[in-house]
Write a protein that binds this ligand. Structure first.
Ligand code: ABU
Length: 491
């Protein structure tokens, strides 16, 4: 009974051991109940409420903060309700995002990380985690295909920041004076990325003062695979030079966000070599395929990249957040970002100070993202991650086969987009078809049975993007998804 117990009764309060154990066990019961429920197909993926409903408060669940402390009973109710009104991204029928799944070892890792509550900037306060980061980065670099003498990196807050790092170090590599003199000392630089690449390249160019207009968007093969066309890249580079811009950076994508396309890395690497350009591979989504003997060939040529973004929180199912920037040239991250704050990075410490890796980062405080990943790797082995990735790809194949058999879905390109049978005979097809996916998605969210994302793209009407990164998903869930879309869009 926690109805008259408060947080001040817990450790470090004197005699607080029993109360603390009881409280945490109660919390474990809530978490276990949630984890168990999440894996049951009969439960909802979400219990949707509009923002105003959640703000107004639901059945005793209030977001408001008071001046007086709440009892631990209320705190436990708040924990339960927070999960209740959230989205079960580990549910087998959650197809909505590139990051999904509920890995029990990962959860244990995240919990331990919070318990340790430390910071990744120095060995002094994170001895074990700093070495784990080094082990993981080395492992990932060797999987990319770099030699033992090459490779550096950092775990950072998401793929956008990883991509930002790649541009930052590329610019520093060619123009180290930028660190002290700023952009005024540089020529007008140009970056290149495919039209289907992630928006973070443009965003990073804006943030770094390079200007989003100086990101040249390179055409993709629109007929089939949506890969960057190497010939178009070369034309774009030459055209930019003629306009007085100085090309320095090319982003190739391994697994685009919507189509999942893989740019031809070898051909892009040849062009980068020829023009002495930094080649980055954004493998935030597709990087996980390198764990699979069956699928790693899709990233052939990645070993020629100068930097790589790889998000284990996507295809590998590590709990958010877990994203790495890998840089081939050792020492560059440190030189590019270090400022040597003396209160933190003293050079006269009694241990090897190169393990104070915090000055490689643009952050000061940095969350420990590595432990859950390290623990999962221990628990699964590289082979376990490989099997998990293979299963995701098998699910994608299964969806493709099922869609080919169904008359009520239409191909986007070798894959399919949902259009209602009735609407096919409608004279106002395109206006109506714009609304099909959003309307079905709205109904889906209200019902809470399944969750999948949609988007328009270029001239295409809204279509569903089915993501497979959730290890819980089985073929029966894919059948359910298709039947549910049909059912929700019956009219
Ligand atoms: N680059 C973030 C991915 C967002 C998504 O789940 O689609």
């Amino acid at each position: 009974d926690f109805s008259s117990i408060y947080s001040t009764d817990l450790l470090p309060a004197s005699g607080g051991e029993e109360m603390t154990r009881g409280f945490l066990q109660e919390l474990v019961n809530i978490l276990f109940g949630y984890i168990s429920k999440t894996s049951q197909r009969s439960t909802k993926v979400l219990d949707f409420h509009h923002p105003h409903q959640l703000k107004e408060g639901l059945e005793g669940f209030s977001l408001d903060l008071s001046d007086q402390p709440e009892t631990l009973e209320q705190i436990l109710v708040d924990c339960r309700d927070t999960l209740k009104y959230g989205v079960s991204t580990g549910h087998p029928r959650f197809f909505n995002q590139l990051s999904s799944g509920l890995d029990v070892i990962g959860v244990a890792g995240e919990w331990l990380t919070s318990t340790a509550n430390t910071n990744m900037f120095t060995y002094e306060v994170s001895p074990v985690f700093i070495l784990m980061e080094e082990v993981l980065l080395r492992k990932m670099q060797s999987i990319v295909g770099w030699s033992d003498e090459e490779g550096d990196g950092l775990f950072c807050p998401g793929g956008t920041i990883s991509n930002l790092y790649s541009i930052l170090v590329a610019r520093y590599h060619f123009y180290p004076e930028v660190k002290t003199k700023g952009m005024g000392a540089l020529p007008r630089l140009a970056l290149f990325t495919s039209e289907h690449s992630h928006y973070s390249v443009k965003k990073s160019a804006a943030v770094l003062g390079l200007g989003s207009e100086n990101v040249v968007v390179v055409k993709c093969d629109e007929r089939w695979v949506r890969k960057m066309i190497p010939g178009e890249l070369e034309i774009s580079i030459i055209t930019a030079q003629k306009k007085g811009l100085v090309p320095f950076y090319v982003n190739a994508t391994a697994g685009t966000t919507v189509y999942g396309a893989f740019d031809p890395l070898c051909a892009i690497a040849d062009i980068c070599d020829k023009h002495t350009l930094w080649m980055h591979v954004d493998a935030a989504w597709g990087g996980g395929l390198m764990m699979s003997d069956r699928h790693r060939m899709k990233l052939g040529g990645i070993e020629r990249a100068w930097s790589v973004t790889w998000n284990p929180h996507k295809m590998m199912g590590v709990p958010l957040q877990c994203s790495a920037i890998l840089v081939r040239k050792r020492g560059l991250l440190q030189k590019c970002n270090e400022l040597g704050a003396e209160y933190l990075f003293q050079r006269d410490k009694h241990y090897e100070v190169s393990y104070d890796t915090g000055d490689k980062s643009i952050q000061c405080g940095r969350h420990v993202d590595v432990f859950k990943f390290w623990l999962m790797w221990k628990a699964k082995g590289s082979e376990g991650f490989g099997s998990q990735v293979n299963k995701c790809l098998e699910n994608a194949e299964y969806l493709y086969d099922q869609l080919q058999r169904r008359a009520d879905f239409q191909l986007v390109f070798g894959h399919k987009v949902r259009l209602e049978r009735n609407h096919r005979h409608c004279s106002n097809l395109s206006a109506l078809s714009l609304q099909v996916a959003p309307r079905i998605k709205g109904r889906m969210m209200e019902k809470g049975s399944v969750l999948i994302g949609y988007q328009p793209l270029g001239t295409r009407v809204n279509f569903f993007r089915c993501v497979f990164s959730n290890p819980a998903t089985q073929q029966e869930d894919i059948d359910f998804l298709l039947d549910e879309i049909s059912c929700l869009g019956h009219d």
